[in-house]
Design a protein around this ligand. Structure first.
Ligand SMILES: [Zn+2]
Ligand SMILES: [Zn+2]
Length: 155
């Protein structure tokens, strides 16, 4: 679990690496149990505690860099750079952070099962957390696709 001081220093390092010192703040939220974090155009990174608490320090580090790069890409290049765009990827590369998946931090099956009993695992290795109702539908034959590789999930 990263301390607040470690998170602050990760953000400072991203700002100096990218050469842009737009203020970035962190808030914690107990909402959105399936999300890890999100960046706002106002320079705030919201961390969703439910998933955050099961991440490794490296996953937390990569998540902070990922979200901080979203905020800086917007400030440096405008709205065309918002999202997982080439400008954002360039900043991520500068910071030495992986951008392969569109997900901030893929969870292992063990991590996902700490969060929810309704977890599916795709052949690509991604863990997919369903809601209770979705999980019931899956058990009755509804098809769901993996968000990472788009394959149909199997029982
Ligand atoms: Zn993102
Ligand atoms: Zn997959």
């Amino acid at each position: 679990m990263l301390t607040n001081e470690q998170i602050t220093s990760i953000i400072a390092k991203v700002q100096s690496t990218c050469g842009n010192h737009t203020p970035i703040s962190i808030v914690y939220s107990a909402r959105k149990p399936k999300r890890i974090a999100e960046a706002s155009d106002g320079g705030v990174i919201t961390i969703f505690c439910y998933v955050w608490d099961v991440l490794t320090d490296e996953q937390q580090h990569n998540t902070i860099v990922h979200e901080a790069c979203h905020i800086l890409a917007l400030k440096m290049f405008g709205w065309s750079a918002w999202g997982h765009t080439p400008d954002w990827k360039r900043l991520m590369a500068l910071c030495g952070c992986p951008t392969k998946t569109r997900y901030t931090t893929p969870l292992s099956i063990d991590q996902a099962q700490k969060i929810s009993p309704y977890v599916l695992q795709c052949k690509c290795g991604a863990s997919i957390i369903l809601g209770k109702i979705q999980y019931g539908r899956f058990q009755r034959g509804n098809l769901y696709r993996c968000g990472r590789c788009k394959a149909t999930l199997e029982k």
